[in-house]
Write a protein that binds this ligand. Structure first.
Ligand code: UD1
Length: 415
């Protein structure tokens, strides 16, 4: 099984070009199923998750062609609207095909995802939303069976602005009869891009980027081309590593997507410089402790919680990190503690006592962002850190060793 070996304590300096955002490309790929014809997506990150989605698209009958970071999806002959357990269990975002397959075929079976490393992660908002659009939704042998001749627009209000549920309902509602209003909708940049893409296909979506989105159902859509937005979580991961270890510039970023992170980094004493799509961070001699509470966009992202905790382990003083989006998302904490960090978790709150340094050790990665925090921790630690189960990192970060090594890190992979 793959392992990553890090010889830590090396300063980082240089520039990294960002990849396209995983969480933006996955729903766009699912949306390509809404209509026959070819969708061309550029800036597709080459990740385990994008490959899983390609596999799923092919299983339902689409033809795909991936060349570098360009992907063509021909959905003309999609004829098997079923998403099997084997794929959905490896990537929850497979659930995104539920909305588009139901909208196009009037019937679909998609495996229920089940739990994951950070808690139960239910899909009740997705299902309740589809029912409000007139679908009959039943659970059959672990599969969600959804049926509706033609979905009908309705008023839907989520209890929490769920990214996945907003995406699924948008894709279901875009060709529904009448108007759908989604209240307490997610307004993450990845959802904004999905809305824009659906509009390029002929959809009529307004209120984009707000918590109240309106979708006027259209009869027909046509395939469109799109270039994926930069990955703000990848950007944040490199900037946090820079704030710990030197001077890092990310290229092709969207500073507006990273506002709260950049403010928090400045509070640690780091210097931030923004010039167009170029964002640089320079560490301060003393890293000040800064508390963080995750929230939906534009708040501090839960997907950068683990990396922030890693940075705070070497701050001069104590800090508190609270996750209000996912309450159980702390599987990286015991692993960071193996590197000598002093972190205690109680409910959804992590208290971190800053240490002078961490010391390398064998650790295990448990999910995508936890793995990223262990890489940041390993880079900061003195000596050798060995990270096992690195397939998690490959789900969400393109060429991560290559990118960190170009900054002066010493990371190798053992197969
Ligand atoms: C997406 C992202 C993930 C990110 C998360 C929060 C993708 C592929 N994944 O996940 O990286 O960490 O947003 O920004 O884009 N909830 C329910 N019922 C539901 C749906 C959600 O109770 O039906 C709850 C969840 O348990 C969680 C909160 O809502 O507490 C937010 O989840 P959600 O925004 O749906 O996350 P995902 O779309 O799964």
């Amino acid at each position: 099984m793959d392992k990553i070996i890090i010889h830590g304590g090396k300063p980082l300096k240089g520039e990294v070009t960002l990849s396209g955002a995983k969480n933006a490309v996955l729903p766009i790929m699912a949306a390509s199923l809404l209509v026959g014809g070819t969708t061309h997506i550029s800036r597709v990150p080459d990740l385990r998750d994008t490959r899983t989605m390609i596999k799923l698209l092919e299983l339902v009958g689409a033809k795909t062609h991936l060349k570098g970071n360009d992907l063509w999806i021909d959905s003309e002959h999609v004829d098997t609207p079923v998403a099997p357990y084997d794929l959905v269990k490896t990537m929850r975002a497979s659930f995104y095909v539920l909305g588009p397959l139901l909208a196009r075929f009037g019937e679909t079976k998609v495996s229920l995802p089940g739990g994951c490393a950070w808690g139960p992660r239910p899909v009740d908002y997705h299902l309740r939303g589809l029912e409000l659009l007139g679908a009959k939704v039943t659970l059959e042998k672990g599969y969600i069976h959804a049926k509706a001749k033609r979905l009908k627009g309705n008023h839907i209000r989520f209890d929490f602005p769920s990214v996945g549920a907003t995406g699924n309902i948008l894709m279901a509602a875009v060709t529904a009869h009448g108007t759908t209003v989604i209240e307490n909708a997610a307004c993450e940049p990845e959802i904004v891009q999905l809305c824009q893409f659906l509009n390029l296909m002929g959809g009529k979506i307004t209120g984009i980027g707000t918590h109240k989105i309106s979708v006027e159902g259209v009869k027909e859509l046509s395939p469109s081309d799109v270039s994926v937005i930069p990955d703000r979580i990848e950007a944040g991961t490199f900037l946090i590593a820079g704030a710990a270890l030197g001077e890092v510039t990310v290229l092709g970023g969207e500073p507006g997507h990273l506002k709260v992170l950049l403010e928090k980094l400045e509070q640690t004493g780091a210097k931030i410089k923004i010039s167009g799509k170029k964002i640089s961070v320079r560490k301060s001699d003393v890293i000040l402790p800064v508390d963080v509470t995750t929230a939906v966009f534009p708040g501090y992202p839960t997907d950068l919680q683990a990396q922030w905790i890693a940075l705070m382990t070497i701050a001069k003083g104590d800090s508190v990190v609270t996750d209000t989006v996912y309450h159980d998302r702390f599987s990286h904490v015991p692993e960071l503690n193996r590197l000598g960090a002093e972190i205690q978790v109680s409910d959804n709150v992590a208290c971190i006592k800053g240490r002078k340094h961490l010391v390398g050790a064998p650790v295990m990665s448990t999910d995508i962002r936890a793995s990223a925090s262990l890489i940041v921790g390993g880079l900061m630690a003195q000596g050798k850190t060995e990270i096992s189960r690195v397939y998690h990192i490959d789900r969400g970060y393109e060429k991560i060793e290559e990118k960190f090594n170009s900054l002066g890190a010493d990371i190798t992979r053992l197969n």
